[in-house]
Write a protein of this length. Sequence first.
Length: 223
Amino acid sequence: MIKRITFVTRSGDVPAGRFPAAWRDAAAGALDAPDGVRPVRAAVCTTLPGLTGPGPGHDGIGIEWFADVRHLERFETWLGTPGGPADPAASAVVAAEESVMRGAGWLDRRWRAGGERLKHMAVAVRAEGLAPAEFSERWRGHAGRTRAAIPDRVRGLAYVQNHPLPRAAGDWAYDAVNEVYFDDEAGLRARIAWFRENLPGPVRDDLFRASWFLAVREEVLAG
């Protein structure tokens, strides 16, 4: 499926305590789209204070799913703004093809059940000299691997890669967005602790120029 992923940063005039509800209301605006334009699924995420590491400083993430690129184009035309339902000046957008690398059955049950789940996400930019298509192909082969072997106990219940769609000009905010799902906070915290101990700094190698982690709470809005 095709996903539109919007990363937002809280405006200074919105108190931190009010942001989750305000962002949920803003992200839910996607569901006001008419038939044939409305996303087939939508979810809203807020980052978890104290668990998200240093990085771009996003406070919220909105995700919409579409049947194909034409469906996404109709939605973006309806939106009328490139930054989604939140303030475009405070947003970064990535349109991507979803690739479920592990846990497809768990994800199917998750979407049917709805509600909230926890995720460990990573966003990254490609290494210098790599074209987007080359980076995407190599990242698929890199799935689930880091400089240290990730133990089973922190691998999560599902792992999803999001590969940005080709652009006629310019780059997306990120060249890679991944998602690792957990049922409970203990599992999420164990993964975060493992990464802090084994990969204490931003990953920089022949694939990634830079990468950052975000811990988020995800709520299904529709789908």
